[in-house]
Write a protein that binds this ligand. Structure first.
Ligand SMILES: Cc1ncc(COP(=O)(O)O)c(C=O)c1O
Length: 379
């Protein structure tokens, strides 16, 4: 009997079934990451009143410039957006200092993570990543029979690059790194990551997910795009969903070797970008004030929440993004139920035989409210 997986694989190989693949992507994005989430579910149907500390969104976006651009482009909503997408691709290429062939636009970076996972799976082989990390690429690849090899984070909750290098096998086709990492917010030393990528790229395609890189000062100096420019087999993904505050507008991109991106682009859904998202992304790209504003506000609220965790003696690695990961002080299912009852959505992960809370950083007021609610729940 044909299994669902075999059917999917052959359907996609034949160029059919893409709508199913997108549905799967959505399922995977919202997949439980712990037994507590399996029992409780992730987030209720939105009633508009919940404080969303479960998706690492930017509570300040879209920026005023992005909102204006969206309003102005509404009249073009009757037109396909191919040319506009192409223009943004050229603008991004110029900003990153690469050719337009080095850039692939996506419906958020999720679409591109899925394309990379699908391509690797269809070609056969394994993907190596740290754990815990943002798993969409690997869980999607598994649908296409790829194997996911995981290496635990080190004691500082950062990628253990040495252990990862030792875990590369004959059939490792892709090495996946998230920097800064989700769920921990931890960041890798730029030179160490660079050397790791250069070495690994001799053996497999290296995929560096930089969804949160703009939360760092001078992100261009810390980005692995420099390795793409030098011709290494490295792909970098970026998104407008985080610092730019456009998660619901769905725009992301890859920068990578043109031949590798071409292979992925051939499997891409037709018409994946929309007028409003492209206009908002284009306006945001040069909105340095908004990026600086987001960074500052995030740092304040992160600092407040981090101090709370310290006062409760809840250990957590220093986060450089808009998310914090710490051991759950009581059982995860109760935390999910009781924080939700008080109006807050967070995530609970299973890792190293323990339960962990992953809390996104909202506004300072949201974090103050959350601390009060969380304290009640866990005391
Ligand atoms: C590390 C990482 N990469 C990619 C994504 C996907 O973002 P998007 O599809 O909105 O670009 C997320 C979302 O939380 C993420 O944390």
């Amino acid at each position: 009997m044909t299994t669902r997986r075999q059917w999917l694989k052959s359907a996609l190989a034949a160029g059919a079934g893409l709508p199913i693949s997108l549905t799967l992507a959505n399922d995977l994005m919202a997949a439980p990451v712990s037994e507590a989430e399996r029992l409780h579910g992730i987030g209720p149907f939105i009633n508009g009143k919940m404080v969303r500390l479960h998706s690492n969104e930017n509570p300040y976006g879209p920026s005023a410039k992005a909102r204006k651009a969206i309003a102005e482009v509404v009249a073009d909503g009757n037109r396909y957006a191919h040319e506009v997408a192409r223009e943004l691709r050229y603008t991004i290429a110029e900003k990153e200092g690469v050719s337009p062939e080095h850039v692939l636009m996506g419906c958020g970076s999720s679409e591109l993570l899925c394309l990379a996972g699908m391509t690797t799976g269809l070609e056969g082989g394994a993907i190596l990543s740290a754990f815990p990390t943002f798993s969409l690429l690997m869980t999607y690849a598994e649908k296409f029979d790829a194997r996911w090899d995981k290496v635990d984070l080190d004691a500082n909750m950062t990628h253990n690059l040495e252990a990862m290098a030792s875990a590369v096998k004959q059939d490792t086709k892709m090495v996946f790194v998230v920097n800064p990492n989700n769920p921990t917010g931890t960041v890798l030393d730029t030179d160490a990551l660079k050397s790791f990528c250069v070495e690994m790229a001799k053996r497999a395609t290296v995929f560096v997910d930089e969804a949160y890189i703009e939360f760092l000062e001078q992100p261009e100096k810390k980005s692995m795009v420099q390795l793409v420019k030098q011709g290494h087999n490295v792909i970098v993904s970026r998104t407008f969903s985080k610092v730019y505050g456009l998660a619901g507008m769905r725009v992301g991109y890859l920068i990578g070797p043109p031949d590798v991106l071409k292979k992925m682009g051939e499997k891409q859904f037709w018409g994946n970008n929309n007028q409003a998202g492209l206009a908002a992304a284009n306006a945001s790209l040069t909105d340095h004030d908004f990026v600086a504003f987001t960074r500052k506000k995030n740092a304040e609220a992160l600092n407040y929440f981090s101090n709370y965790l310290k006062s409760k003696k809840l250990p957590h690695a220093k986060s450089y993004a808009n998310v914090v990961f710490f051991p759950a002080p009581i059982d995860g299912k109760t935390i999910l139920e009781q924080t939700e009852k008080r109006g807050y959505l967070i995530r609970v992960w299973d890792y190293a035989d323990k339960e962990w809370c992953r809390v996104s950083i909202g506004t300072l007021d949201e974090m103050k409210g959350f601390v009060k609610a969380f304290d009640e729940v866990v005391s």
